[in-house]
Design a protein around this ligand. Structure first.
Ligand SMILES: Cc1cc2nc3c(=O)[nH]c(=O)nc-3n(C[C@H](O)[C@H](O)[C@H](O)COP(=O)(O)OP(=O)(O)OC[C@H]3O[C@@H](n4cnc5c(N)ncnc54)[C@H](O)[C@@H]3O)c2cc1C
Length: 475
């Protein structure tokens, strides 16, 4: 049964924001001085700067540097309440959001809703690949990947079987978009530079790093020329690039891919597999689209009106990675600009006291970039294409400006500076918990689903099965 929906006592216009990523956070900030109450709900306690996840995975930055606490960021904003909860449903007719608040149901009624819950990894219908090939969408993912990468070298050091050693020192990255390229590049630098000489029985420079993609080039959205430059740089670092090839299987032993031209299948024995090949919008998108009578696209994105609202619901904004509009890409800037636009539209309505006229959302493209190695990045801004050292300097500047919080900018700048000067990396801590937690939690959820019992409180150290009973006949 849905609990009684709550709303702030002040009786002002209530804006609920789902998700404190780029879209949600910038919407909340823009509403700072508005005559509204804001409830921002996120299932994590941090605002994650996803573009730098690969640096956490490869030991350059620590997780805190790219994921400041949402409460801390918004602490001085009096009209905002931060709620750590997982949104499970939205009733767009009743204007109620329901969420799991630490194992208890909670409901929030809203006057305006900004839905900014982002996207998850897509395995294109092969979800079973996930067990062996984590994606890179969260801090947990990045830490698991770090534990897998460092663990692979440790295991290779102690094995006496040359074939197994080769498997342990083979790393497969699936997907040659910006994330795959950045990860493969940093992984190559880690193996060939950082770890060099640290082991007695293996030469980490023997590590084989494969980057596989179904398209004919790396970084397809950045065009052929930059794609070629990035590929050349990666090859110089020792990355094997396999294009026009679809991954058809991933299991514990390795990866099978199929050459799209010859149809030939190849199995690569590999201990470490990382998936960065596809995204699917948060399922909440499809959930609201169905209610609004619009059809989500294949990736689950919601087609929005020019003012980022859905169907006839001018109070319901869907932004960022969840929206589909004019082929605007799923990137940080569209999400951030969409959040600010939605906030401005709400303020205009509240100030006018009735629906105000809205200019269509217009996305200002600030370009896209990917770092390939320490001194080399590719950058595309409009028709201008930059690469190499200049690209890298631009990349540094932009990322330092967009990281949230002075301390994080300062610490990241120091880490990058040290990374340039020294071959060491200082964030290579890896624990068994990082390595196993994701699959352990998934298995636990399977047991829970089977028994009709969910124990989300497991995180709070209750024993398995002590959680709330969610069977249909339970109250
Ligand atoms: C590894 C990686 C690298 C990237 N690199 C770049 C890059 O170099 N440049 C670039 O421009 N873009 C990059 N992106 C894309 C960019 O990060 C996204 O486009 C952007 O974060 C989208 O913002 P958003 O607000 O829509 O969603 P997000 O930033 O993903 O935020 C969604 C928020 O919703 C929360 N949430 C999700 N579901 C629920 C729920 N049910 N209940 C409560 N809260 C929920 C999540 O915890 C999260 O905080 C990268 C993405 C990844 C994964």
């Amino acid at each position: 049964m849905t609990p009684q929906p709550t709303r702030p006592a002040a009786g002002r216009h209530h804006v609920v924001i789902v998700g404190a990523g780029f879209g949600g956070l910038f919407a909340a900030k823009r509403l700072a001085d508005a005559d509204v109450d804001v409830t921002i709900i996120d299932r994590t306690n941090h605002h994650l700067f996803q573009p730098l996840l690969y640096q956490v995975a490869t030991g350059i930055l620590s997780e805190g540097e790219i994921a400041p606490s949402i409460r801390q960021i918004l602490a001085n904003q009096d009209n905002v309440r931060v709620v750590k909860a997982e949104v499970r449903g939205i009733d767009i007719t009743e204007k109620v959001v329901t969420a799991d608040l630490g194992g208890k149901d909670a409901a929030f009624s809203y006057d305006s809703l900004i839905l900014a819950a982002g996207a998850g990894q897509s395995y294109f219908g092969n979800d079973h690949f996930a067990e062996f090939a984590p994606g890179m969408k969260s801090i947990d993912d990045a830490l698991e990947i770090r534990a897998r990468l460092t663990g692979a070298f440790e295991r290779a050091e102690i094995t006496t079987d040359p074939e197994e050693r080769r498997r342990l020192m083979t790393f497969v990255v699936v997907g040659a978009g910006p994330t795959g390229v950045e990860l493969a590049g940093q992984l190559a630098e880690m193996a060939h530079r950082t770890l060099r000489g640290e082991f007695q029985n293996i030469n980490t420079e023997d590590a084989r790093i494969l980057l596989i993609d179904g398209s004919p080039q790396v970084l397809p959205p950045m065009g052929k020329k930059l794609g070629r430059k990035a590929a050349r740089q990666l090859q110089k670092l020792g990355v094997d690039i396999i294009l026009n090839s679809m991954v058809t299987d991933v299991n514990q032993r390795g990866v099978t891919y199929k050459d799209m031209k010859t149809e030939q299948e190849t199995f690569v024995p590999a201990y470490s597999k990382i998936w960065s090949a596809g995204v699917a919008a948060n399922p909440l998108g499809r959930h609201v689209a169905e209610q609004a009578g619009v059809e989500a696209d294949r990736a689950g994105r919601v087609p929005v009106n020019p003012d980022l609202t859905v169907g006839d619901h001018r109070e319901l904004f869907v932004i960022g990675d969840m929206m589909s509009l004019d082929r605007i890409p799923g990137m940080a800037q569209p999400a951030l600009q969409g959040g600010e636009y939605a906030a401005r539209a709400i303020i205009a309505d509240v100030e006018k006291g009735s629906p105000a006229e809205r200019e269509p959302f217009s996305y200002f493209d600030k370009g896209s970039m990917a770092i390939v190695s320490r001194f080399s990045a590719v950058v595309k801004i409009g028709n201008a294409e930059l690469s190499g050292f200049i690209g890298w300097v631009l990349w540094l500047g932009v990322h330092l400006m967009t990281l949230v919080g002075f301390r994080n900018r300062f610490v990241a700048a120091m880490s990058w500076g040290l990374n340039v000067l020294s071959r060491n990396r200082w964030q290579l801590v890896a624990t068994r918990q990082q390595l196993h937690a994701r699959n352990a939690i998934r298995k636990l959820r399977e047991y829970e689903d089977k028994d009709g019992v969910r124990s989300i409180e497991v995180r709070d150290n209750l024993k398995f099965g002590e959680g709330r009973d969610t069977r249909a006949d339970a109250d």
